[in-house]
Design a protein around this ligand. Structure first.
Ligand code: GLY
Length: 378
């Protein structure tokens, strides 16, 4: 029998142009064998610790470890419980100790194989272990593929808020295998899609148009999914390259997030009520309606944003927060805890229209409170 040669899976490579810390994002279906080869080339003879969560371990870790073994990379697996609660001091200490137990040294690698929680926690451990070891991101959720795995933000939560303890530590490589997204629940996939839409809303109106037409094919997993991930990663890479440490433009990536973080806080980070991407979806719609109220954004654009989120099945209103979002006062107070608040003044990302977002510091809390009160009453 003559076997047809296997066709290499289509792949897009997006460079992140950071001087001295440049790396590539590889995007495509069925990329785990390729990931192993790239890791072997990155660190010949190195050992690797694979940090993952229980869900990803059950579904995908054996396949990745087998590919790494074939590429000559020995691995130790470190498995954490899934969910935001793992971004804790205690879990961070446990992962650091497990990396030391595994004798991961300066020339070895940490591989973050999971969603945003795994990436943030493993990346932070890599940033401080032996004063810094290289790490590779192999994100397994849409949210992680289009946002958190790129750009080097790592960290854990404290009782004072989310991501308040952390470090900038860029990965040495990101491999986004879009076939891994097939095992996500619809809810988790759609939540990640909110971050995809965000890139169109920030500065790419043509991409928002494209999303309106193609969103169902992105969810179904056709080439449109890879395209959405690639466009998102290109947008994020460009912003990170010009403002790695969020001293300017990178704050645009927080479109919708000041509202979102407050909602996550008020729902006690309880994923049965609200996951991050759902909070972002509400935050995006609110950012556009708030911009409209301030006379900045045409009403038609605010309606288009909400309609697109509604079509997908994402929430776009405070009333859709299960169990309620609290009062306008609660929401403003929760916003004041956000680390994006500077000297008591609220900073928002607002928009003059779809694809025309900008950083708006010094927004009076009374304006926000009045807007939210009307939203809750509406
Ligand atoms: N997720 C926002 C950022 O990476 O800056």
């Amino acid at each position: 029998m003559i076997l047809a040669p296997s066709t290499p899976a289509a792949r897009t490579v997006v460079p992140v142009a950071l001087e001295g810390r440049a790396y590539d994002i590889h995007i495509g279906r069925d990329q785990l064998a390729e990931a192993a080869a790239l890791i072997a080339a990155l660190a010949p003879g190195a050992r690797a610790a694979l940090v993952t969560d229980e869900t990803v371990a059950r579904l995908h870790a054996d396949a990745l470890e087998a590919s790494l073994a074939r590429a000559g990379i020995g691995t130790t697996r470190i498995t954490i419980p899934p969910g935001e609660a793992s971004k804790s001091y205690a879990r961070f200490a446990a992962v650091c100790d497990a990396l030391l137990d595994a004798k991961i040294e300066r020339n070895d690698l940490v591989i973050a194989f999971g969603g945003g929680v795994v990436g943030d926690l493993a990346g932070f451990a890599a940033a401080v272990l032996r004063r810094g070891v290289r790490f590779v991101q192999i994100p397994t959720t849409l949210l992680a593929q289009v946002d958190s795995s790129v750009g080097g933000k790592t960290g854990i939560n404290s009782s004072h808020g989310k991501n308040l303890i952390g470090a900038f530590h860029q990965p040495a490589l990101v491999v986004a295998d879009t076939a891994l997204l097939d095992t996500l629940s619809q809810r988790e996939f759609k939540a990640g899609y909110a971050e995809v839409v965000k890139y169109g809303l920030i500065d790419d109106p043509a991409f928002f148009d494209w999303c309106e037409v193609n969103w169902s094919r992105v969810i179904a997993g056709g080439p449109e999914r890879d395209q959405a991930v690639a466009v998102s990663c290109r947008a994020k890479a460009a912003i990170v390259a010009r403002d790695e440490r969020e001293e300017g433009d990178r704050a645009l990536l927080n479109l919708g997030h000041t509202f979102a973080h407050a909602l996550e806080r008020l729902t006690a980070y309880d994923s049965s009520r609200l996951v991050h991407g759902e909070a972002v979806a509400i935050g995006l719609a609110l950012a556009f309606r708030f911009s409209q109220r301030l006379g900045l954004c045409p009403g038609q654009d605010a309606i288009r944003v909400s309609r697109h989120l509604d079509n997908i099945g994402l929430p776009s209103r405070l009333q859709q927060v299960p169990g309620g979002a609290g009062s306008a006062e609660d929401i403003v107070a929760a916003m004041a805890q956000d680390k994006k608040v500077k000297r008591g003044a609220l900073t928002f990302i607002l928009a003059r229209g779809i694809g025309r977002s900008f950083i708006a510091p010094g927004i009076p809390a009374d304006d926000v409170r009045g807007f939210i009160a009307d939203e809750l009453a509406g």
